[in-house]
Write a new protein. Structure first.
Length: 368
């Protein structure tokens, strides 16, 4: 067997596929169903495509269509109606060209189709063709030169280290360069024997004009809003299994960050807190790390240049989007609005779904 196996969604049973194969007299449909059946049997993309006389790129496209929409996307209506601008062979050739030169901008694909096939596609209809071909799209993300190539592996190690229970070790937050003679102890009123809470901490700067959206009106074409500006940052704690907290400290100095930690502890009493956060100077300094230890909060620092590994980032994005079209009269009203939206958003685990699967899977049983 050569090539790579493809995880395939079993929208239908093998018996259902067999019944469809016996009933169809359409060669195109038969080829596609046979291809899917071969994948069911464990064949690689390359082998399954070769068995029906198609290229591996075509097999990849068929597999994507099947996984996305099952029979409806894999076998669209091939007969009747206006003939497509590109026939099946031309589409296969186009897919090969696109695969060779990817990634492409939409305008570049439009020009390629015109040059290669002498066919004009209106920009409004081109996305439908690209969707039919099974193409995917993404917005390019700027590379961080300081981000390590193995950022996920580094985070895995740090999470595992935080969950390791060894009472003989130094405090988790203490680092080799810290004063070895200085004693790090829990505050007298702090308990951590009630389980473990995992959460994510970050600072953001939402403003009422972020991501402004269109507002529709019948009579008045011009809409103005009061000039409201928030001079202080927002400090968010997105808890997976505890109480999320949104605060508005005056600044990001270490004393203010520690005050945020104290509020997080107040809202989540009785259990150990594992806090995932970035490497901002006021987060990693000894003063903050020691105060966190005194509060029973163990810090898990993200690899440098890896904000994508902090699930609170998409929370901020959604919060700014939801609050942007709403008109507020002042800073206090805007902060209250942000707190309401933050509470609603952080009730959802979906923002951290992939993080839980990728980095927390082996430790779920240790959460409270």
């Amino acid at each position: 067997m050569t090539g790579q196996e493809k995880e395939i969604v079993r929208h239908l049973s093998e018996d259902d596929l067999d019944r469809l194969l016996t009933r169809t007299d359409d060669e195109k449909v038969s080829k596609r169903l046979t291809f899917i059946k071969r994948l069911y049997k464990g064949a690689t993309l390359e082998d399954a495509a070769d068995d029906v006389g198609m290229s591996q790129s075509t097999g990849s496209r068929w597999a994507r269509l099947w996984n996305k929409g099952g029979l409806g996307l894999l076998t669209p209506s091939f007969g009747g109606g206006r003939p497509p601008k590109l026939d099946e062979k031309q589409r296969e050739h186009l897919l090969d060209l696109l695969e060779e030169g990817e990634p492409w901008k939409k305008q570049e694909i439009q020009h390629l189709i015109n040059e290669e096939f002498d066919v004009e596609f209106h920009p409004n209809y081109l996305p439908r063709l690209l969707d039919d071909l099974g193409l995917s799209y993404a917005i390019p993300r700027t590379e961080r030169p300081d981000r390590p190539e193995n950022a996920d592996e580094i985070l895995d190690e740090r999470v595992a280290d935080a969950f390791a229970e060894d009472d003989g070790d130094e405090p988790h937050n203490k680092q080799p360069e810290d004063d070895s003679d200085e004693e790090w102890t829990l505050d007298d009123d702090v308990r951590t024997d009630g389980g473990t809470t995992v959460g994510f901490f970050d600072i953001s700067h939402p403003q009422p004009w972020d991501n402004s959206q269109r507002l529709y009106t019948v009579n008045e074409p011009t809409i103005t809003r009061p000039l409201v500006k928030i001079d202080t940052p927002a400090a968010g704690f997105y808890a997976l299994n505890g109480e999320s907290v949104l605060q508005f400290p005056q600044n990001q100095e270490k004393e203010r960050i520690c005050a945020c930690f104290e509020k997080i502890r107040e809202q989540n009493p009785g259990e150990r807190i594992l806090l995932v956060l970035d490497n901002f100077s006021s987060h990693i300094c000894a003063h903050t790390r020691k105060r966190a230890h005194e509060l029973g909060i163990d810090l898990i620092f993200l690899p440098v240049g890896s904000p994508h590994l902090n699930p609170i980032e998409p929370v901020w994005k959604s919060l700014k989007w939801e609050s942007s079209p709403l008109i507020v009269e002042g800073a206090a009203e805007y902060r209250a609005l942000l707190d309401e939206i933050f509470t609603k958003l952080t009730d959802q685990l979906s923002f951290a779904g992939s993080w839980i699967e990728n980095h927390l899977g082996g430790f779920i049983q240790k959460l409270r």
